[in-house]
Design a protein around this ligand. Structure first.
Ligand SMILES: Cc1cc2nc3c(=O)[nH]c(=O)nc-3n(C[C@H](O)[C@H](O)[C@H](O)COP(=O)(O)OP(=O)(O)OC[C@H]3O[C@@H](n4cnc5c(N)ncnc54)[C@H](O)[C@@H]3O)c2cc1C
Length: 558
């Protein structure tokens, strides 16, 4: 076998994107000299697994280390330089200056792949530089926290930031027995999802003993008093504080080398993940990529995109042309026994992008309702009203959540519409789904809205209509005992089976909003009334469950 002439590929950063890039480069080019430079003490470890070690779900610390430097050499002939930082890129001379255990030296490259990730933000507050303050980004961060929990036995924790990692850590610290509070600046946790999902997650946390303080800002940590002070002077018990308030792309090296940064604040790369220097590629949390639905330049700091970008950057670096299509931001997080997930655009993001947005919500069992163990899941589809093209989806529940979101992520990648989703032929048997999967059902809801057969309004649109002062009628279609327990002030209770006999007394000149518990009887009622000549009937999508998930309604019992 004749081998290509040897070229040198240097990869900077040895975790998700970097480790993938180095090994992929070898699989494509047996002749290259490949060096992986990592400033930390470990390569190829599972940073996504760190919260689960703290929480005790992963008992064996060694399981977090996917591969050691010796393996990289034995299997791939990739030379790993640990505890070695690339401190300068000399683009003209095509070499990098490295600083490691043996001092400083230069490493020449033919192609350079940057996979430096991001650095967690640490707010500069009184007390934030003292002991008892943590972040969770790397294995040393995890070890430090783990040892502190073991030796100091703190009783209470405040987690600042209610994003994915913050919530995983809330569960982990609660499982370790700490009184745990999550403080989130925005009005709900998981602020990258629509607020009703953040509220469902907040309730789930609270029911598992985690306190949620949303719409609040931490102003100081007082370790000697075991307290955190909020900007409104409230105090929360906190022997320790964990900051999880986001991360900034690691760009100092790239900037000082004069590489271009994009408008979203990530390193600019083209569709081949090539930076503004044709011999330098980049991948992972540090780059800016295209959102596959909106087409906008965004940063999506997630492990899946980082791994696939590493693979593509390496392919291009060794001369095998590959295009990166962008990402959807599909993500999932476990909240004790519940799961919440999203893909594509939220309703808020789609509206901010100026799209004509439709929203369909179903609350439906994850499997046949009669099959033991069925659990209700909430699924929201966001679509373009004109042609029904799917824009995004979110789901929350105790089973089957990630399966629906993965199907819908695939549908987004295939640019599918509601009509395609309605006909998706998904595997069915009672233990797994219903003959019409929740995805099919949500698509039916959206299609009936678009066609005008059964128009829908979201709970927040109902709230706006009620607040507008316009004369309208709200009919609660649930059984009278459910209505008696809790209902919208002013709503008239007509259980769906009595609607036919009572509809002649209803006004034809006013908008009528009907709702049941989940939306299905509302659809039946809408069809019934529209066929009887009531032109302004609208079904509240997701029914009373969606009304309960929205804030600001006037609810009463009778
Ligand atoms: C606790 C935690 C949980 C997470 N959970 C999930 C999850 O469940 N799902 C998900 O999709 N994503 C998750 N993520 C995000 C995911 O881990 C990141 O998106 C992914 O690791 C990014 O990969 P990367 O290669 O770009 O950067 P990283 O994996 O961060 O690797 C970058 C590496 O570059 C090194 N480096 C930086 N500068 C230099 C330099 N000058 N010289 C040498 N080395 C350098 C750094 O030391 C670092 O090791 C989680 C992240 C954390 C921290």
């Amino acid at each position: 076998m004749s081998m290509k002439e040897q070229s040198r590929i240097v990869v900077v950063g040895g975790v998700a994107a970097g480790a993938t890039a180095a090994t992929r480069a070898r699989r494509l080019d047996e002749a290259a000299d490949i060096v992986l430079v990592e400033k930390g003490p470990y390569v190829a470890y599972a940073n996504c697994g760190l919260p689960y070690f703290i929480g005790g779900d992963i008992a064996d610390r060694a399981a977090l280390f996917l591969q050691a430097p010796a393996w990289f050499w034995a299997r791939y002939r990739v030379k790993v330089l640990l505890r070695t930082e690339v401190v300068e890129i000399d683009r003209k001379a095509k070499k990098v200056r490295i600083r490691g255990p043996e001092g400083e030296s230069y490493l020449a490259y033919d192609k350079l792949i940057l996979a430096q990730g991001a650095s967690p933000l640490l707010p500069n507050l009184p007390g934030s530089d003292g002991p008892g303050v943590f972040r969770l980004w790397t294995v040393p961060d995890m070890d430090r926290l783990h040892e502190h929990l073991r030796q100091q036995r703190p009783k209470s924790a405040v987690i600042v930031g209610g994003g994915f990692v913050g919530l995983e850590m809330a569960e982990a610290l609660r499982k370790r027995g700490l009184d745990t509070t999550v403080v989130e600046l925005l009005p709900t946790v998981l602020p990258n999802m629509d607020p009703e999902f953040g509220r469902s997650v907040g309730r789930e946390l609270e029911s598992n003993g985690v306190q949620v303080v949303a719409g609040a800002q931490v102003s100081a940590f007082l370790p000697s008093e075991g307290a955190v002070v909020l900007s409104d002077s409230r105090r929360l018990p906190a022997d320790i504080v964990l900051f999880s308030v986001g991360a900034r792309p690691e760009l100092a090296l790239a900037r000082s080398a004069g590489l271009e940064v994009g408008p979203s604040g990530g390193l600019l790369v083209d569709e081949h993940l090539r930076t503004s220097d044709p011999d330098i590629y980049a991948a992972g949390d540090m780059v800016e990529i295209v959102h596959r639905v909106s087409g906008r330049k965004v940063r999506i700091p997630l492990a899946g995109p980082a791994n696939r970008q590493g693979r593509i950057a390496a392919s291009n670096a060794v001369g095998v042309a590959m295009r990166y299509p962008g990402a959807l931001g599909s993500s999932v997080v476990k909240i004790f026994e519940a799961t919440v997930a999203l893909t594509g655009l939220t309703e808020r993001a789609a509206r901010e992008a100026g799209l004509d947005v439709g929203v369909a919500v179903v609350h439906k069992d994850d499997r046949a309702s009669y099959y033991p163990g069925a659990k209700e899941l909430s699924l929201k589809l966001v679509y373009r009203r004109g042609d029904g093209r799917l824009l995004g989806a979110q789901a929350f529940g105790r089973a089957g959540v990630e399966k629906r979101i993965d199907v819908l992520a695939t549908a987004l990648a295939g640019r599918m519409s509601l009509a395609d989703l309605a006909e998706l032929d998904l595997a069915y048997a009672p233990p797994y789904s219903s003959a019409n999967d929740p995805i099919n059902m949500a698509a039916f809801v959206g299609l009936n809205d678009i066609s005008g057969a059964s128009p829908i309004a979201t709970a927040s649109e109902l709230k706006a209509a009620l607040g507008s002062g316009d004369a309208l009628l709200v009919i609660d279609l649930r059984a009278s005992d459910a209505y008696g327990e809790s209902h919208l002030r002013g709503a008239v209770n007509i259980p769906v089976d009595r609607l036919r006999s009572r509809c002649e007394a209803l006004p034809r000149d006013r908008p009528i909003y009907v709702h049941c518990r989940v939306g299905w009887n509302g659809h039946i009622a809408t069809r019934m009334l529209r066929q009887r000549g009531f032109p302004k009937v609208v079904n509240v999508t997701g029914g009373y469950l969606s009304i309960l998930a929205e804030e600001g309604f006037d609810l009463v019992s009778s």
